[in-house]
Design a protein around this ligand. Sequence first.
Ligand code: UD1
Length: 383
Amino acid sequence: MIKIISVVGARPNFMKIAPFIHAINRYNAINEDRIEHILVHTGQHYDDRMSKTFFESLNIPDADINLGIGSGTHAEQVGNTMIAFEQVLLEEMPDWVVVLGDVNATLACSVTAKKLKIKVCHIEAGLRSMDMDMPEEINRLVTDRLSDLLLTPDKMAVDNLVKEGVQAKNIEFVGNIMIDTLEEHREQASKIKIEDIIRENKINDTEYQDALKKEFAVVTLHRPSNVDNEKVFVALVNFLLNEVTTQMEIAWAVHPRAEKQLKAFGLWNKLISNKRTVLLHPLAYHDMLRLNMGAKLMLTDSGGLQEECTVLGTPCLTMRWNTERPVTLKEHGGLSVLVGNNIDRIRKEFEVVYNTQTQPVFPELWDGKTAERCLNAILRFEM
Ligand code: UD1
């Protein structure tokens, strides 16, 4: 028997854990349930639209344990998670703790496990933005420093780890687990009607019979560096409303953090009343995938969407100054361009991508079979 506890906390974890759990189930079906798996949700994301919807649509079983951490400062989230997770580990004493990505749960649970001498596996290891102002960069660095098994989505991530002194026997290049989920659900998503997505998710009361029938851009923003600074956020919204909408409509899936700030900066009513902008609640997985498939371009500060755009062939203006996912950038053969939040730069690149035809790009091992490789790496691992 081998006992594994996997941890999820926030939305981007859910599309990564789904294929891993399915791989465990397939393994158990032919190996007499050799793996005991316990799923822990820290509860960092708790709204149905940020959490429950993903469990249902991606066939993730309910978490065995929910730590109920909720919102708070970083220290509150990390500290409360550590205290609660330590109790779980003391009771369960698993062989492995598997953490994913770079959210606060990833950091908190890897530290807690390591202090109890439990092996840690990090899925999506080795990504580096080199930007220590990003909370996620701190989470990635600490988690990778402590992990016993580091599973990377691309070879550049392997190089980062080697440079930091991680031994080769602890690293395995497995590919991008999120693409497993995309490939599994691509067909189902393609059948969704965009008018249904609008009807079920629109924030305002506007009638949108003809919306998003022609060219449209998808917008998502949630990074503190974009939405917490009034000057930056006002300029971005003005650019979207005054310039992008003259060329195409906008579908904006509004993250709770962005909604709060749009209201605080007096931008909310302006957006709500703009006839060329469809404001949507945070979208379910398939709905976002469907919009991405139909979009002329993506404007986002999300790392995950940057990756999904790459394999869907959607040009992506990444509203950040750096990325931990360089494999998705044009200079490395991908479809994304870093535009930061400088309006001149965004305008220039907007014109370029608007006038360019793009095709899907598949980085090495982004083949839908990463979860299997992750599980095999754990089962093979020897200290
Ligand atoms: C977190 C992750 C980030 C990831 C993002 C995706 C960290 C450090 N950050 O950022 O890497 O890209 O998730 O969404 O872990 N809120 C709700 N409902 C919820 C959850 C949050 O309304 O279900 C609101 C709360 O007001 C909260 C705010 O959103 O204060 C921000 O949530 P938080 O979990 O702190 O960080 P995210 O910005 O979502």
